[in-house]
Design a protein around this ligand. Sequence first.
Ligand code: SF4
Length: 379
Amino acid sequence: MLGLYIHFPFCVQKCNYCDFLSGPISSRDVVQDYLQALEKELTIYHDFLKRDGNLKLETIYLGGGTPSLLETHELVRVLEKCRDLFNWSPQMEVTLEANPGTVDIKKLVQLKKAGLNRLSFGVQSFDQNLLASMGRIHSPKMAKESIMAAKEAGFKNISLDLMYGLPEQSLGQWEETLVQTIELDVQHISVYGLKVEEGTVWGEWESEGRLSLPEEDVVLTMRKYANKILRQAGFVRYEISNYARPGYESRHNLGYWTGKPYLGLGLGASSDYWNRRFVNTSNMEHYIFLLKRGQLPVTEEEILSFRQRMGETIFLGLRLSTGLDLEQFKKRYGVEIEVIYGAEIEKLKKMGLLKINQGHLQLTTKAVSIANYVFTFFV
Ligand code: SF4
């Protein structure tokens, strides 16, 4: 069983905060070459996986960038290629990341027919001024129309991404976005706090002192608002940044957090398979060139040490509300966690940041907002 991630690095324009591997489409020829390269990459991995007897996929995630920017027939072609090459079952979770304004009902109906069963919309905010300042291509109205179109097309598993801690964002604006989100009655919500990254427009503005970010305590209150309002609406926080109605947790992302193998295809995508971590080139010409020659476009490869793997298993497990399953950990590594990390765990327990509950190592409520600090004990 395997998770497959396919990256589409195309967007209408670059958002002011974004450091993902994405950018505007330079020409339709590049898209065609890219799709051909992707098909070749899928075929090469198919041959490897066939040899391993592991052609059964559990999830497919078409991410980006803005994959929904591609023409319907182009996306259908990718899904059909996956269907041809791998064991496709109706139980699979097949997700498309979509930006409001890049889908309509006709497109969504066809994608659903091709096997797509989950949509993840990058909504970010329902405030027009904030959306404009972020450099988003859509309005709140367009976001709502896209979600309604998805429902009309028959999608029953819809996720929205929201962002808080934005420049000039008030608590009131954030609360209003949460309330409008709940009214849309979707199944899954991801809530991310803004991190200003170097190399982005906002990164540059921050270094020039031109970015007016909310105070830290306001950002913390925003986080708490989200938690309270989403819980009251029946969502379960199953991961630090993710809330779902029961049964609608993202299976693809749960795969990452629980250490299942995955393959990432496309520009800059990373994989964790054959006990190796490997990453594709981020250069479009190089990516296309290598695949035209029938070569995998992998440019970095790493074999994690036993200790690195263990550390990663711990901090990914701690991201989940259920925490890290200690029995599973022992089964996987053949050793009790305390033997390796006893001192760290004791210290964090004394600080009130970790607890053990029903055989699981968990972050305490107090630790959730400083989770990255806790993780540093395991890396
Ligand atoms: S749409 Fe998403 S991937 Fe594209 S630039 Fe904006 S944030 Fe980045």
